[in-house]
Structures are given as C-alpha cells and as structure tokens.
Design a protein around this ligand. Structure first.
Ligand code: KE4
Length: 430
C-alpha cells in the first residue's frame, strides 16, 4: 500500500504537534512505523489520505458502535446544526439524555455530563473523597482511567504502550494516595482492606478492562469488591467509559449483577462526539455543586451537538436484539481467527464481552491477569498488526488495546478480515 500522503502529513505534524499526534497511542509507537492520517469513514470502513480503505476495528476507540456516519446520528447532528452549536446553558436534550441513562443504568439515579472520560473519572474520585472525607484510593494495575494526575500510576493504554505507566510530572503527594492492586486477585483485596479499608475513599475498576487489551474481571473479583466496600464504607466506582453501552445496554454492571456506587461513562454515550458522564446514587451525587460543596464544572458539558449524537446512538442500540447480533458476529470473527492461528501454528487466544474483544499472542487458554498480558508475544502482535494493515484491516496500533465491532460490520467484513488474517498469521511463522 502507498502511504506517501500520510507520511507527508506526519512529517508536517511533527512541527507544531508533540510527537505529531494529539493522543499518544495514535503514534504507532507500539507497533512501529508511522501513524496513518485518515480522510473519511463510512459504516465499518475507513479511508486514509492516500485513498487506501480499511475495515475499522478501532471505531474511534469505542464510541462508534453504530459505525461511521450512521444516518440517524447524521440526521440528529444536522437538525441541531440548524439551531446552533452550543449555548453554555441548559437544553431539553441534556435532560432527555440524563433521564435515558438513568433508565438504562439502574445504579445511576443522577448524573452529570462532562466532555471526556478523564473528566468523568477524575470528578467521580473527587466526589468520593468529598463524600467520605477520606483521601486514599485504589486502582488496578493495567487499568487506565484517563490522564488525571493521581490515575497515572501503573496505568494501561497509551501509558503502557509507551512504557511509561507511571508518568513524570505527578507529584509524590498525589501518587502516594493511589494504591495499586493486581487485577483479578481477590485475595489481594482482602489484605488491602484489612490494612487500609478505614481510610480509603474509593476503589475504581474497569469491570471489563480494555486498556491492557481486553481482560474481563472475574465475577469473584467484583462481588468481593462490592462486599468489602460495603464493609469498610468505601465507594465502588465502575469505570465504564469503554464498557458502558458497549458490552451490553446496561453496561458491564448489568452482566455481572454488581451495582457500583458511582459509574463513569464516555465514548458510546457521545456517539463519537465529546461526551463523558459520571453518576450514581442521589445521596452521593447531591454533594456535587451547585447542590453540594464538591466543585466540578465544564464549559462544553452537555453541548447540544454532542448530546444529539449521543441520544441518536443510544436510541439505536436500545433496539431489541441489537447486542445479541453484535455479540454473535464478534463470536464468529474470533472463532475464525483462533482457527486460522491454529492452522498456522501461532499461539493465539481471545477474550470477548459483547462487541468488545481482545486478541492475545499467548499460549494461555485464557488471559486473565496483567502478568499474562505482559507475557504475550509482542513481536508476533506487531507482525500481525502490519500484515492486517497491508491487507486492509485497521486494528488498534497497540497490543494493550481492545478491539471493537460495530453494527456496520457485516458478513462481508468478517470474511475479508479472516482472509487478511490467514495471510497475516502465515507471515508470522513463514
Ligand atoms: P478520555 O479522557 O480519553 O475520553 O477517556 C479516558 C478513559 C477513561 N476510562 C477508560 C476505561 C478508557 O478506556 C479511557 C480512554 N480510552 C483510551 C483507549 N484505550 C482512549 C484512546 C486515547 O487515549 O487516545
């Protein structure tokens, strides 16, 4: 594939933009080579600035569960554009969105809209600290909750991709309040709570981790967390920025049957435009300004264009059978990939929750822990990534990211993906 225009734009971007990208994981540092620049998207497909077309399994990192340029989303945006792009004041649409989310996610009685996942998790943690009067918090190794200072401790996603899970610039005073536990290790939870439960404000977890690749929490982990948080008066925060409205209509919490005290949302709730949210029990949310003393604010929060895209997206995914058919299509894709890897004698396994999945170059039957993720063959992943890219399939340019299927991925896209994978697996072990 010719990618001269992307190369030109990348060389140009390196002038005014650090690393030539506006978010590190886009830089291809995790896979080698130079980042692609894209021109357009349509359904399950992306077109780069050189006119090359790819089946897209990144979906803007999760938001585009309907695929690119879904007619209902476009129409909602067009209608709103006739009325303006934003007012810095309240609109009926943001009330509708809040009501809809509260209906779809029973643990959320009230929510506040923000404009990114980082703001959602950062605000939820501040609220938990304000509500409990405690300072310590817990996150899990490999989980990524955005780039707020106290969360860049053994973080996943781009931080892990770049080998900087603990970022410089975070004062010791912040990071020392963040305790990091191993993911899917219920016994480590008991030990931590016994020693620190009384001074801990909150525990934040991705119930389906998507930032150390896709690693679902074990049911035992979440149920143990819930009971320990109840026992010690610690708030349980589910970071469902990625899993919310992605793994099921009610998010991961509806699959596991565990209700957090607070939930952070993002991605799908904005349909590709900047929307995040945090919400939970009214007793807790009522502490947020202006009703309560915990300050939080945002110029573009509830922006009517972004809310319009979010409402159109949630309406479409609430259709009966939407998630069942996505899940089945993802199952057949992953079964096909496992078969092809086996035929090519490449150690390979997958994880899947709904329309979110992970591919691991590992001999493990199932990857369940951060250590197992780190033991995967990253060289095999890199070869596979570039093989797929050269055969017209765009995967996340990092071994520590999840994959996403959209409603626009049909039989043809699955067949073409498997055809590309057959060649790419074969090239790993020529
Ligand atoms: P944003 O601030 O990037 O909107 O959201 C942060 C965030 C919070 N929580 C979870 C579970 C997340 O996955 C994210 C962001 N996800 C990454 C992809 N793994 C965003 C991609 C990027 O950083 O460019």
């Amino acid at each position: 594939m010719v990618r001269d225009r992307s190369a030109e734009l990348y060389a140009r971007a390196l002038g005014p933009i650090p690393g030539g990208v506006n978010s590190p994981v886009r830089a291809f540092r995790g896979v080698g080579g130079e980042p692609l620049f894209f021109e357009s998207g349509e359904g399950a497909w992306l077109t780069d600035v050189d006119g090359n077309r790819y089946i897209d399994y990144v979906g803007a990192w999760g938001p585009l569960i309907l695929g690119h340029r879904h007619p209902a989303v476009n129409e909602a945006l067009r209608r709103q554009l006739e009325k303006g792009t934003g007012y810095g004041a309240s609109t009926e649409a943001e009330v509708e969105l809040a009501e809809l989310v509260c209906r779809l996610v029973p643990s959320i009685e009230q929510l506040r809209l923000v404009t990114s996942g980082t703001e959602a998790t950062m605000s939820a943690i501040r609220l938990a600290r304000g509500f409990t009067g405690r300072d310590a918090m817990v996150k899990f190794e490999g989980c990524y909750h955005g780039h707020a200072d106290g969360l860049l401790v053994k973080a996943g996603s781009g931080a892990l991709t770049l080998g900087a899970p603990d970022s410089p610039g975070v004062p010791e005073g912040y990071s020392s309040l963040t305790h990091v536990l191993p993911y899917n290790d219920p016994d480590a939870l008991d030990a931590y709570f016994a020693a620190n439960g009384g001074n801990t404000a909150c525990v934040i977890i991705e119930p389906v981790a998507g930032n150390m690749n896709c690693v679902p929490a074990q049911a035992e982990t979440l149920s143990r967390l819930r009971s320990l948080c109840d026992e010690y008066g610690v708030l349980l925060i589910f970071d469902e920025v990625m899993s919310g409205f992605r793994v099921a209509l009610g998010g991961a919490q509806s699959i596991y049957g565990v209700q957090p005290d607070l939930t952070a949302l993002g991605k799908v709730i904005g349909g590709g435009l900047p929307v995040g949210a945090f919400g939970g029990r009214r007793e807790i949310m009522s502490r947020i300004a202006p009703e309560g003393p915990v300050y939080q604010a945002g110029t573009l929060a509830g922006n009517p264009l972004a809310v319009a895209a979010g409402l159109a997206t949630l309406a479409a995914i609430a259709a009966p059978g939407f998630f069942d058919s996505l899940k089945q299509r993802a199952e057949s894709l992953l079964a096909g990939l496992r078969e092809l890897a086996q035929a090519a004698s490449v150690p390979f396994t997958t994880n899947q929750v709904g329309a979110m999945f992970g591919m691991f170059f590992s001999g493990e039957a199932q990857v369940r822990t951060f250590d197992q993720v780190m033991a995967c063959d990253i060289d095999h992943f890199r070869k596979f990534f570039h093989g797929m890219l050269d055969h017209g399939v765009y995967l996340a340019p990092s071994a520590f990211e999840a994959g996403f299927l959209s409603a626009a991925h049909g039989e043809r896209e699955i067949e073409l993906t498997l055809a590309a994978a057959e060649k790419s697996f074969a090239a790993i072990r020529p």
